[in-house]
Design a protein around this ligand. Structure first.
Ligand code: HEC
Ligand code: HEC
Length: 215
């Protein structure tokens, strides 16, 4: 399992390029990415204690600029691995998360992601409200209800609205370097970003804060 995690990472740069194409053609990468979920959640539970100070407190805010710290429980573990690798590599510009990720090994990241994610949210038949027009292109990967259709696509359902806005601005303005999301974010107006963040934030069931393992 460990070696598949490493393999996944090596192939990440070219698979990212392929994602846009395969997402529309079908779920071709799904089986491959599911192999990447090999983290040891029990070991991860021991490593994540430093994370609760922010990710374990309801509505905890990032100070400057002010936005909510993202909810991680119910997220896809595979996506959390990619996100932590991106902070570690400096492909996401957030200073605190870079500092948190910089000394983590691939094994640490896989194990922590397995614990943080818990049981991933499952898609529901009926989304809450009407998707804004700008969501037409997003559903191919993030689903109608915000549940990522494959393990490397983040679930957005019930994520904090201010965090979703922040993430979209970062892809648009270059604070996050990601070849899949950059072109989609680049096309969004301010009004689109607000409408999309509000729509995905209101979906249920929702992502949640992480809580310490029961002993
Ligand atoms: C001081 C508060 C703080 C601490 C401590 C912290 N985080 Fe974060 N974390 C944040 C903020 C703020 C963001 C959003 C950063 C951004 O805008 O990209 C974030 C983002 C993340 C993301 C990306 C989520 C997504 O949806 O893309 C992951 C995964 C994550 N943190 C895991 C961790 C782990 C694991 C630890 C412990 C080792 C940790 N964090 C410790 C504040 C914190
Ligand atoms: C081809 C698939 C694809 C499409 C289409 C797509 N996304 Fe994404 N999205 C991704 C991937 C992959 C990521 C993770 C990127 C990364 O690692 O930073 C992502 C990340 C995100 C994030 C950050 C989530 C987090 O937890 O930090 C948001 C918000 C988002 N997408 C919203 C959208 C919206 C809104 C649209 C439509 C305008 C859209 N996406 C279209 C694949 C896609």
């Amino acid at each position: 399992m460990r070696s598949t995690v490493r393999t996944w990472r090596v192939f990440r740069s070219w698979t990212m390029g392929l994602l846009a194409a395969t997402a529309f053609a079908g779920h071709g990468l799904e089986a491959q990415a599911q192999d990447a979920a090999g983290g040891d959640a029990a070991r991860g539970a021991q490593l994540v204690y430093t994370c609760f100070g922010c990710h374990g407190i309801p509505n905890y805010k990032n100070a400057a600029p002010v936005y909510n710290v993202p909810r991680l429980r119910g997220q896809h573990a595979e996506y959390l691995v990619l996100a932590l690798q991106a902070y570690r590599a400096g492909e996401r510009s957030h200073g605190t998360m870079h500092a948190n990720a910089t000394s983590l090994s691939d094994e640490d990241i896989a194990d922590m992601a397995a614990y943080l994610a818990g049981a991933p949210l499952q898609p529901v038949a009926n989304p809450v409200g009407t998707p804004p027009e700008a969501a037409q292109v997003c559903v191919a990967c993030h689903g109608n209800d915000g549940v990522g259709i494959a393990p490397m696509y983040p679930t957005l359902s019930g994520q904090h609205e201010s965090y979703l806005e922040r993430a979209l601005h970062d892809y648009k303005k270059g604070g996050r370097k990601n070849p899949v999301m950059e072109p989609f974010a680049a096309q969004l107006s301010e009004a689109d970003i607000k409408a999309l963040a509000a729509y995905y934030a209101q979906q249920r069931p929702a992502l949640d804060i992480v809580t310490p393992a029961k002993r």
